[in-house]
Design a protein around this ligand. Structure first.
Ligand code: GYE
Length: 335
């Protein structure tokens, strides 16, 4: 009996060392995690708080700005960061989180790529007793049970703001191409639903095509090129789920021989430097801000949890609205 138990324990140890080994490749390659303890236990034995940050990808300026915000804030507060990049792969994101758990981090900041698919990661963290804080996108689960809280923007509201602006700008007449964010993400679903909830009651407004541009400029451009081939002369507006796809659409519209911002009105979401510059240049008409600056608020939540304080189950960022009246004021400080 005892022999058997020892055998099981030995197997478990081998397994967890193997996992810990995996985590170190990604996290230790990162400068902020370079002082990370490689023995497989990154926990606070030395008194220093260790936070895991699972980023989904770094393929657009919004993501890069978010990663920077988290890293800078950790550094500022003397917190050790175990950082991973899932390179747009949800299965990798699950194993990234499992690796962090094996390393014994104290908290996990998770930016979930997809709404579904992260359950094994959330379950594993729960079993290990490691609090998870969702940032910027939601994942299926119950706050207070499967994760502590969600910090981010109200994406339904973003879609509504974009639609209301377009309704006003066009007098309620628009044939719209919608460039969707990543399929399966909570953001793409909500930005679509919020937008539709406004235009469904406006008889002159219609989405003639909705397609996934995966939140990137290159894919946004490709999708727009194809859609212009099919619908070119009907299109009067573009609703892009982020600025990068709007910027891709601008290239496609110009190549097609139309004037973005004039022949085809463009509204998007984020507020990047290139996006605000496009407003100044008259090519994007309006942008709903979605802030990527999660560092301060995310580490404030961790501090509260460390002090045994309660945190709300949802923390919603307040965002601005940009158009030609204020783009100049914000372009220099944008990301
Ligand atoms: O708008 C986009 C990014 O999840 C809120 O994802 C975020 C979105 C953001 O890649 O640019």
């Amino acid at each position: 009996m005892l022999k058997k138990l020892n055998f099981v324990l030995a197997i478990m140890m081998v397994f967890s060392f193997a996992l810990a080994g995996c985590a170190s490749t990604d996290s230790v390659s990162d400068s902020d995690a370079s002082n990370s303890n490689d023995s497989g236990n990154a926990g606070k034995d030395d008194g220093q708080l260790v936070v895991g940050f699972s980023q989904m990808e770094n393929n657009n300026p919004w993501r890069v700005a978010e990663t920077k915000s988290i890293k800078e804030e950790a550094k500022k507060r003397g917190i050790k960061l175990v950082y991973t990049d899932a390179h747009s792969d949800t299965a990798k994101q699950v194993s990234d989180v499992e690796d962090m758990i094996a390393k014994g981090v104290d908290y996990i900041l998770l930016a979930p790529r997809e709404y579904l698919g992260l359950a094994p990661a959330l379950d594993a963290a729960k079993k290990a007793g490691i609090p998870v804080i969702l940032i910027d996108r939601e994942a299926k689960g119950t706050p207070g049970e499967d994760y502590v809280t969600f910090i981010g923007s109200n994406f339904i509201q973003e879609g509504k703001r974009a639609a209301k602006w377009l309704k006003e700008e066009t007098g309620g007449k628009a044939k719209i191409i919608e460039l969707l964010g990543t399929t399966g993400s909570s953001v793409a679903k909500d930005r679509h639903e919020g937008f539709v909830s406004v235009i469904k009651d406006v008889p002159g407004m219609e989405i003639i095509a909705s397609q996934d541009g995966d939140f990137t400029r290159a894919k946004g451009q490709k999708v727009m090129e194809n859609l212009l081939q099919s619908y070119g002369d009907q299109v009067t507006a573009v609703y892009a789920h982020n600025d990068e796809m709007a910027l891709g659409a601008i290239n496609a519209i110009e190549a097609y021989g139309k004037k973005p911002g004039k022949d085809i009105k463009i509204v998007s979401i984020d507020g990047t430097k290139d996006g605000l510059q496009a407003i100044i240049d008259g090519k994007i008409n309006a942008i709903v801000q979605c802030s990527p600056d999660f560092g301060p608020v995310a580490f404030d939540v961790i501090k509260k949890l460390e002090n045994g304080e309660e945190v709300p189950t949802k923390i919603i960022n307040e965002d601005l609205f940009y158009d030609k009246s204020n783009a100049k004021k914000y372009v220099d400080s944008a990301f």
